[in-house]
Design a protein around this ligand. Structure first.
Ligand code: BEZ
Length: 393
């Protein structure tokens, strides 16, 4: 255990922040099993996203015979419920109570920001397999924090590029009012308006509300050229169905970061046809890694993988690269983290590498949902990195 982690542990214990099971005090492992703590939603609107990440992470380890760099991998999971007020206690439980070697989480930007605050102080190797909170790889960046998904502002900007390229000049935005929605709208607006576009109105609902009727009535009355929207999971499925039921699908084209349509294709059926999105993954991407991964995932779970599964799979690829560099000796943290930061590999999403703030530099694909598939229609932004603004580590 690092001295920072030990000091933090005594402070947290003194503050009565959590209950520590006595045996875990002896749980300092130099070798033997590698314990990975999963902080992910298993309930609520983002539960399917947490499940996809968990399945893919476990599948990756299983595909390596259950061990990485000679260390058998065990997982311990906590349900964060996508509830920011629970994040600190749950992260403490994994990092100090379970004494995990590696922390992996989570989906919700607010939960992830609280988790990372603890993880960077503790120095624990941390993989963020979804949450896009900009600060994680901007002002809060740290050498032990790696994100295998995207930054909210980054994907907002990529989506703006695709909309401008498609001739959209004016849009309303509609999202949840929390970090992910606000930052995806913020990144979108900056690029859209710099490219000559105009945002006429922002609509924001409390997370995780799914009462969309008044928002839809506002859109129907204003009839903008397009709507840019971030919702995900169960909320996205409901929004898409309500949008179609309100008669808006044909009248006002719906756009957004691809979370709007990923993982909900079957649930929305024909209501999703024609929705245009931008994401760092698309169904049926034509590369050998995607073919192999999709076949493995489908064989194990009976469904095609989505972007969340890809992000979970790649988080384990990054970890594997770090562990291999130190022959599984996680005490050699600096060397392990340096190898992870330098990771460069062929992902199911296409080429993967980190920018300086340890956030992916990657392709963003323009896609259209048709008959249950988010098919690529072009490249919205090639090898596109987030600014990493404010990252000094
Ligand atoms: C987020 O909170 O960062 C997030 C949640 C679901 C999908 C994408 C981003």
């Amino acid at each position: 255990m690092s001295s920072t982690r030990r000091e933090f542990l005594s402070t947290a214990l003194a503050a009565g922040a959590f209950t520590l099971a006595a045996p875990s005090l002896r749980n300092v492992r130099a070798a033997g099993p590698l314990k990975v703590g999963l902080l992910l939603p298993a309930s609520g609107t983002f539960a399917p996203l947490g499940e996809a990440i968990t399945r893919a992470a476990k599948l990756y380890v299983a595909s390596k015979g259950g061990s990485l760099a000679g260390r058998p991998v065990t997982f311990v999971s906590l349900d964060d419920e996508s509830a920011p007020p629970k994040a600190t206690e749950l992260t403490n439980k994994l990092v100090f109570g379970e004494n995990v070697d590696v922390l992996m989480g989570t989906v919700h930007s607010g939960v992830a920001a609280a988790m990372v605050k603890i993880a960077r102080e503790a120095g624990v190797t941390t993989l963020v397999p979804n949450a896009g909170a900009d600060a994680i790889t901007r002002a809060m960046c740290a050498p032990n924090i790696f994100r295998t998904s995207f930054a909210n502002g980054q994907i907002g900007a990529a989506t703006a590029k695709a909309m401008l390229a498609a001739g959209v000049k004016e849009a309303m935005t509609c999202t949840w009012r929390y970090a992910a929605g606000e930052e995806m709208v913020g990144g979108f607006k900056e690029t859209f308006e710099a490219g000559g576009g105009k945002v006429t109105k922002d609509i924001a609902l409390p997370f995780p509300d799914v009462e969309f009727q008044s928002a839809l009535a506002e859109i129907a009355a204003a009839k903008p050229q397009a709507v840019y929207s971030f919702f995900a999971g169960g909320g996205a499925a409901k929004f898409i169905k309500d949008y179609a039921a309100a008669g808006l699908s044909g009248a006002v084209p719906l756009w957004g970061p691809g979370f709007l349509t990923d993982g909900v294709e079957q649930a929305v059926g024909a209501a999703g046809n024609g929705i245009r999105t931008v994401l760092h993954y698309a169904d049926g991407l034509d590369n050998p890694e995607n073919k192999a991964f999709s076949a493995t995932f489908k064989a194990a779970h009976g469904i095609d993988p989505d972007v969340y599964a890809v992000q979970g799979w790649d988080a384990m690829q990054v970890l594997d690269i770090g562990l291999a560099a130190v022959s599984g000796d996680t005490a050699k943290k600096d060397a392990m983290h340096a190898a992870m930061a330098a990771a460069k590999f062929a992902s199911p999403r296409g080429p993967f590498e980190f920018s300086a703030s340890r956030n992916p530099k990657q392709n963003f694909y323009a896609r259209e949902l048709k008959d249950g598939k988010n098919r690529m229609t072009g490249i919205a932004a090639a090898s596109f990195a987030d600014s990493g603004k404010g990252c000094r580590a």
